[in-house]
Design a protein. Structure first.
Lengths: 928, 325
């Protein structure tokens, strides 16, 4: 395009030579900056690029790179964006030069022409030209493979254009918040729409630094002002900002745009790339939202994905991405030239799908497949003609037979297919525990749709983040859920539980209802069942330990959960089951149990009463009762209201479980007294592995006696959660003096460290959290032969130890480990000792100050509760110090400790530490 | 070793002289008044007098320099003359006499710009941002001393924080007197975490620095008990040991700082008067955290505190004759 027809101000056409960046920009190393002259386009006239290149430094170090990362910035940034990556790769090369081990990567980060410190030629370059510009540069540099392209924003598109044109050199693709295709049904993002408006473009992008400043303001947290100045450095005047305007003008808003065809060509080409790919995404991006990630993931199904919750468009500033990229590169085998994945060793299986896209560890390994006891719906099939009771809803009371449930599941399954729900589609279920939820859940599983289940306890913002991140294709919900979905523009086709009035359905964007789907599927025509290794569900963690993560389960793994529960608690066809704990409730029909959810407010488990529990037990003649720990205290507190019939119903119960978080022995005992013929159990598990160890009330008492008999100082304390359940294996990755877990976990007793678990019923992976999976799966090994089958291990983030009897003791969470000058302290043991002080309620031990020289702070509740936060009086302080036997800097009393909703027991020690740090440095003494 | 201890008539200086003499060294002291320490030679004189200083360092192997003008208020020129120029004179005299070792006793306030310190190691002295004349001049003096560090003159700086104990007129007596008069408020909630140093620990740490100076010269170390406590707990503990009521009322730190500034200004034109009841420096000290990373110091000086905070308070109670609780 000649400049005559440009929509940009005249200043955009000014020319200026390339230059080196000024000295002193934070994070920049002048050794990497160089200018390179290249013959430009058809004219062949020389044009000069500025780029960062660590090649010369690698030569000095005397190391040979295995490949090159070719990094392309977007608009309106420059190679400054990649400074951390250049630095980290060079640091790694230095280490490699010293130790002789580790891969060395050359990094070339360009300033695109008209951008950064590259030449201003006065030419308005479109996408096609930019792609060929980059090729001309790499030709001049005589860059040979293997090359991994790295791109951000519109630089992602340019880098993918290069990738498509250089298949022989290409070894991999890394993308950060970018887009390759504008979905037809989506408007282009509003910030760009605004900028592209007639009259706005030149003013926003060239004449003023508005576009630049808006982009810099997208960082979370805000950029330091010297870093902002680094980004501003090449764009200080309108003369220098022509490229910014030209980039925005080059956004192909429709097919008449000159760059449309080139974009379409690249978008089609990336489908054929087939090289390992890594997508790092900041979801808080008003421009490149998750929609674009989904589009890219669909085009590059082999991609490893990590979504950094909380990060946004300036992801390269928001998170420490460079180590993740280098770690990922470590798994490539660039020597094959075309970027084949490492064919041998433990990485292969992890690499294929640590983001949960599918595949991954073959759970068939180790003979699991042979033991498969049938799909999750097998009992529903077996009992399809049984009029026996399968399910009871308490409010309103509704008794559902196996026949009715089984028919409902098959009809819904067929109906879902007809409504466009495909195998592999993700379906978010926003339905309270009920027969409806159960039926639609099994219908989804039957057709191979992936159910997405998030706990209402996450709250609306948490739930919205979770659902968006899980990118459901369909949302099935009751009215409240659908209203929220509408209000927060959740993605996906909407299906209502009940038939809604037409106007309501229209307003909420609801296309179908379950009754309608059942009619649609009346012929019960069903597809082939999904394979055992297909993804079955994404369950969200409680969010009590950081942002909620989506946990991916395959069918085989959910079946293994079912089988573990069945064998541990002797649950089978005909068992009456009160399911007061959501994750287990859903497995009732798979177990063949006659199940009921007691009447309670699902968003607040602590509203469950003893009476409601007893009535639920009576409804199914329950012999097994599962309750959430949050509900337990209220059940005990309301036991006075139990009548004779209630007491009789509870007397039938044989097994009683409090699942989800450890409960104090006294509470378990009190709950046990309501069910005098039941054995109280408390299992240890997590969303990632629902039943890992188990202990009975009697076992807890025995463990306490054993611990008390140990010599002083030989017992690290903690909560005893019992012996491994069934085939579960437990190892401990011992903590070093910095509080970091060792690389090699062991089964040695008495060693405190991170708890590492293996079981057939562990999760598959975390959804779109590649880097998190790398950590969690660090101990897994893939099958090498029949004699050395695959082992899946999960790093729990919990800290504890094994005792001499093989029982596991939990001592806290890994991030809550305190490292004092005197050594590593885990919180739970001291907390328990302090809780024994008269008048003390719940206790949290927090660490403040720099790791390694942290001070211990006790924050506690008293009985009766304090009215406002305060320092403990000297007597209480002395009693606490005496009980803990530790050097405690401060004891603070608060009215109530902050906890999560789901368990009402997990104290957020990280937040509490921040609070204590503020208070103890002289900030106002507010409530935590 | 023949060791000169300056400022041995003070609370800490006396303890240091006793500690070093007790370790078998030959100790001479230097200050205007007799030290009152048994078993040492007193060499009386003033730091501002070159001849006095030269005479004192003559024949010594090492100097432990504690003498300083310590006060919360006063004429800047007085601080300058004693703390800065006195140190300069001492360094000159040591060079002339060929005395090769100096333990410069400083204060954490030389690197404190008013914000909270939570677990930091010793930072370089910063006279520009130090609060108050004492801290500013001690910062200048520490820079002078460490600047003189060399093979022939090995200098180490140690900064004990909030030294207290039986017989302490600086801190303990002021707290107790004010509390007895009902004039000791807490600032804010009194939750600011503050580390302190029991007198015996301060003395033994300084003695350790003297033993280790050849290995660690050129460095500065903060010395504390390593047992930070909320300031209210610390003051309460001292009051309880002295048998007086703990402070029961509090004023906002912001008010105290502002009041401190005003009072300082008034005191400046009231020469000869007693110390001001509140200064901005003191308000900051009592309302922000002050605790330190002790790992490097303990490792390099090969020293551990022998007296815990609780044991120190018990000894203080015994000193006051307060029955134990």
């Amino acid at each position: 395009m000649s400049h005559g027809s440009s929509r940009l101000p005249r200043s955009a056409g000014r020319t200026a030579p390339a230059s080196l960046p000024p000295a002193g920009l934070p994070g920049m190393d002048a050794r990497f900056s160089r200018l390179v002259e290249v013959a430009d386009g058809d004219s062949g006239r020389p044009v000069t690029w500025h780029l960062l290149d660590n090649g010369a430094v690698l030569d000095e170090l005397g190391v040979t790179p295995v490949g090159t990362m070719l990094c392309v910035h977007g608009n309106p940034t420059w190679s400054y964006l990649w400074r951390e990556l250049v630095g980290a790769a060079t640091d790694a090369a230095t280490t490699a030069a010293e130790t002789g081990s580790g891969d060395v990567w050359r990094v070339i980060a360009v300033d695109q022409l008209e951008m950064g410190f590259s030449e201003r030629t006065g030419i308005e370059r479109g996408l096609e030209r930019r792609v060929s510009d980059l090729s001309a540069l790499t030709a001049t540099l005589e860059l040979s493979g293997p090359v991994v392209t790295v791109g951000h924003d519109w630089g992602g598109v340019v880098s993918m254009g290069w990738a498509v044109d250089h298949p022989d050199e290409l070894a991999g693709v890394v993308l950060l918040n970018t887009a390759i295709h504008q979905p037809e049904d989506r408007a282009i993002p509003w910030p760009l729409r605004l900028t592209l408006q007639r009259g706005m473009l030149g003013r926003a992008t060239v004449a003023t630094p508005a576009f630049l400043e808006t982009t810099l303001a997208l960082a979370h947290p805000s950029l330091e002002s010297d870093v902002k100045n680094g980004y501003r450095a090449p764009y200080r005047s309108a003369d220098r900002r022509g490229g910014i305007g030209a980039f925005v003008a080059d956004i192909p808003v429709d097919e008449r745009h000159r760059s449309w065809n080139e974009l379409e060509r690249i978008a089609a080409g990336v489908r054929e790339l087939g090289v390992p790919s890594l997508m790092l995404w900041g979801p808080r991006d008003p421009i490149f939202s998750d929609t674009y990630l989904d589009d890219l993931a669909e085009r590059m199904p082999q991609a490893d994905i990590h979504r950094f919750e909380g990060a946004g468009h300036m992801i390269a500033e928001d998170v420490d991405y460079a180590p993740v990229v280098l770690d990922w590169l470590g798994g490539l085998d660039p020597s094959t030239g075309s970027g084949e994945l490492l064919a041998a060793g433990g990485l292969l299986d992890q690499r294929r799908s640590p983001d949960g896209a599918g595949g991954g560890f073959d759970t068939a390994a180790g003979g699991l497949l042979d033991q498969r006891k049938g799909p999750l719906w097998s009992v529903l099939d077996e009992l399809r003609d049984s009029t026996d009771l399968a399910l009871v809803d308490m409010k309103p009371r509704r008794d559902v037979s196996w026949k009715l449930l089984s028919t409902g599941v098959r009809q819904l399954a067929a109906g879902l297919l007809r409504a466009g729900v495909q195998p592999g589609d993700r379906v978010s279920l926003l339905i309270p525990p009920s027969a409806d939820l159960t039926a639609v859940l099994y219908a989804c599983l039957r057709i191979g749709a992936v159910v997405v289940v998030a706990d209402a306890g996450l709250g609306v913002p948490g739930l919205t983040r979770a659902v968006r991140g899980a990118r459901p294709d369909h949302v099935i919900g009751a009215l409240p859920g659908l209203s929220v979905a509408r209000a927060f523009s959740w993605p996906g086709q909407k299906i209502s539980v009940a038939t809604l009035p037409r106007a309501t359905a229209l307003a909420l964007g609801v296309r179908h209802s379950l009754p309608e789907l059942a009619r649609l599927g009346a012929d019960e025509s069903l597809p082939e069942p999904p394979s055992a290794s297909a993804v079955a569900a994404v369950l969200f963690t409680s969010g009590s330990t950081g942002p909620a993560k989506g946990v991916v389960y395959t069918h085989a793994q959910l079946e293994a959960v079912r089988d573990a529960l069945a064998s541990k608690y002797d649950i089978g066809v005909g068992t009456g089951l009160v399911a007061g704990f959501a994750p287990f409730a859903l497995l009732g029909p798979a177990l063949g149990a006659r199940s009921v959810t007691p009447d309670m407010n699902v968003t607040s488990p602590r509203t469950l009463t003893a009476k409601a529990t007893a009535e639920a037990a009576a409804a199914v003649d329950a012999t097994v009762v599962f309750l959430s720990p949050a509900a337990l205290a209220n059940v005990v507190a309301t036991s006075d209201a139990l009548g004779a019939a209630d007491t009789a119903a509870l007397a039938v119960v044989k097994t009683f479980l409090s699942a989800g978080a450890p409960v104090p022995e006294a509470l378990l005992a009190a709950a046990g007294r309501l069910m005098p013929n039941a054995t109280p159990h408390t299992p240890y598990g997590m969303t990632e592995g629902l039943l890992m160890t188990d202990i009975t009330l009697e076992g807890i008492r025995a463990a306490a006696d054993d611990a008390a008999a140990l010599p002083e100082g030989e017992h690290a304390g903690g909560v005893c959660v019992g012996a491994p359940a069934g085939s579960v294996r437990v190892r401990i990755a011992g903590l070093d003096e910095h509080g970091m877990p060792a690389a090699e976990p062991s089964e040695q007793s008495g060693v405190t460290g991170e708890i590492v678990l293996s079981a057939p019923h562990l999760k598959q992976s975390y959804d779109r959290l590649w880097a998190t999976n790398r950590i969690a799966d660090a101990d897994s090994v893939s099958a090498e032969s029949v004699d050395a089958p695959a082992e899946r291990w999960h790093r729990t983030g919990d800290v504890g130890h094994l005792d001499a009897q093989g029982r596991l003791w939990v001592e806290g969470r890994l991030p809550h480990v305190i490292v004092t000058a005197g050594g590593v302290v885990t919180p739970v043991g001291p907390e328990q000792k302090i809780e024994s002080v008269l008048g003390v309620g719940r206790v949290a031990l927090a660490g403040i100050g720099p790791r390694g020289t942290q001070q211990l702070v006790v924050v506690l509740e008293t009985d009766p509760p304090a009215r406002r936060p305060a320092l403990a009086d000297p007597e209480l302080g002395a009693a606490v110090r005496h009980a803990a036997g530790l050097d405690i800097a401060a004891v603070l009393v608060v009215p109530v400790l902050p906890t999560d909703i789901r368990h009402n027991s997990k104290i957020d020690r990280t937040a509490l530490s921040r609070w204590a740090e503020g208070v103890l440095s002289g900030e106002k003494l507010t409530a935590p | 070793m023949r060791v000169l201890v300056t400022g041995a008539s003070g609370f800490l200086g006396g303890a240091v002289a006793r500690e070093i003499a007790g370790a078998g060294h030959q100790v001479r002291t230097f200050q205007r008044r007799p030290s009152g320490v048994v078993g040492v030679d007193d060499s009386l004189g003033s730091l501002t007098n070159r001849a006095d200083v030269s005479r004192a360092v003559e024949g010594m192997d090492a100097v432990v320099h504690l003498a300083a003008k310590v006060s919360l208020a006063g004429e800047p020129a007085d601080f300058e003359a004693v703390n800065v120029e006195g140190t300069r004179t001492l360094l000159g005299a040591m060079r002339d006499a060929g005395v090769g070792r100096l333990v410069f006793v400083s204060s954490p306030s030389v690197a404190h710009a008013g914000a909270s310190i939570a677990g930091d190691d010793a930072r370089p002295a910063d006279p520009q941002h130090a609060r108050g004349e004492y801290a500013r001049t001690k910062a200048l003096a520490e820079l002078l001393a460490l600047g003189a560090d060399s093979e022939p003159l090995r200098v180490v700086a140690v900064r004990p924080h909030l030294v207290w104990g039986p017989g302490d007129t600086q801190l303990v007596e002021r707290i107790v007197e004010r509390a007895r008069a009902g004039r000791l408020p807490l600032l804010d909630s009194g939750a600011a975490l503050i580390d302190s140093t029991y007198i015996d620990n301060a003395a033994s740490a300084i003695a350790a620095a003297l033993e280790r100076v050849d290995a660690v010269h050129g460095n500065a170390y903060v010395i504390t008990n390593g047992e930070p406590r909320p300031v209210a707990d610390l003051l309460g503990g001292i009051c309880a040991a002295a048998g007086v009521a703990a402070p029961a009322w509090s004023i906002p730190a912001g008010v105290a700082r502002a009041a401190g500034s005003v009072i300082e200004a008034v005191w400046r034109v009231k020469p000869g008067a007693d110390e001001p009841p509140m200064t901005r420096f003191l308000a900051e000290q009592l309302s922000t955290a002050h605790w330190f990373d002790q790992r490097r110091m303990r490792a390099e000086l090969q020293w551990q505190p022998a007296v815990s905070l609780d044991e120190g308070l018990r000894r203080l109670a015994a000193h006051y004759g307060t029955p134990s609780r």
